[in-house]
Design a protein around this ligand. Structure first.
Ligand SMILES: Nc1ncnc2c1ncn2[C@@H]1O[C@H](COP(=O)(O)OP(=O)(O)OP(=O)(O)O)[C@@H](O)[C@H]1O
Ligand SMILES: Nc1nc(=O)c2ncn([C@H]3C[C@H](O)[C@@H](CO)O3)c2[nH]1
Length: 248
């Protein structure tokens, strides 16, 4: 392909094109050291966040991906704290959410090496889960206050940089089917009511903007389509996803 390109444009132009490309990528790396661009990908369970990252991993010289620390949640010194959360939320919600908050903060604070840092969910979206637990009395008022005080202190004492949130907007029935198909052991008990409640909270947060803090601009993508269609959407919107929405 490169040989054809060289023949087409002449080797001289090809060399200068490659040199220009190398300079462009180096400039992005230099700007990353100073600024960098952080994208948090938000959405319901099984909305397609990990699949989104699989698509953008091909820009490996530009993009570093930090996936949700599910591995840590499934094996915390031998304890599967995610499973415990689903088995007995009243007993384990505070414990689990405390650990989520710490592991998400750790992800935000990880040193950025590439121009674009993509993060799966954020310390902000954990609030949706906590709110849902509190509304269902699985986290008591005082527990809710402690978690919220921790959250407020973390935001006050750390510069958590997020430049763009990409919200993969889905229908609850669609994600429930994906959860069933994926068949994760811990997620067997998830009901339509649960994913509906999480959906409603994401909508309150990122669409109605009537609840919880939003640190940056939000790009909403309809993520109900099948994979080939989603790849087309990612291709069409990649410059906004990689470089931001501009001043809109
Ligand atoms: N557009 C799609 N069409 C059909 N299936 C999909 C689509 N996107 C993802 N899936 C499937 O749905 C399941 C969940 O996808 P994925 O792991 O990307 O979601 P997620 O948002 O990262 O989930 P979680 O919130 O649990 O981390 C996977 O089995 C994946 O193969
Ligand atoms: N309770 C609860 N609080 C959170 O902050 C949270 N973040 C993610 N999850 C669950 C959803 C998927 O099953 C699985 C992978 O996303 O972990 C959470 N569950």
């Amino acid at each position: 392909m490169l040989r054809d390109f060289a023949r087409l444009v002449g080797i001289g132009k090809c060399v200068s094109f490659l040199k220009a490309h190398k300079i462009f990528v180096r400039m992005l790396h230099q700007s990353a050291k100073k600024h960098g661009f952080t994208v948090c990908v938000e959405g319901n369970i099984a909305s397609g966040k990990t699949t989104f990252f699989e698509y953008f991993k091909k820009f490996s010289s530009l993009v570093e991906v930090h996936e949700e620390p599910v591995t840590e949640w499934r094996n915390l010194h031998g304890h599967n704290i995610l499973a415990k959360m689903y088995e007995d939320p009243r007993r384990w919600a505070l414990t689990f959410q405390s650990y989520v908050q710490m592991t998400m903060l750790d992800m935000h604070l990880k040193k950025q090496k590439c121009p674009i840092k993509m993060v799966e969910r954020s310390i902000y979206s954990a609030k949706c889960f906590v709110e849902n637990l509190h509304r269902n009395s699985l986290v008591l008022d005082l527990e809710y206050i402690v978690l919220s005080e921790w959250f407020d202190w973390i935001l006050k004492s750390h510069n958590i940089k997020v430049d763009l949130m990409v919200y993969l907007q889905t229908r609850p029935d669609v994600v429930l089917q994906r959860i069933r198909d994926r068949n994760r052991a811990e997620e067997q008990r998830i009901t339509l009511e649960y994913v509906q409640a999480l959906h409603d909270l994401h909508e309150e947060w990122l669409i109605k903007k009537s609840k919880f803090y939003i640190p940056c601009q939000v790009l909403v993508l309809d993520a109900n389509s099948d994979l080939p269609e989603m790849h087309k959407i990612y291709e069409e919107r990649k410059s906004e996803i990689l470089f931001g929405l501009g001043d809109t």
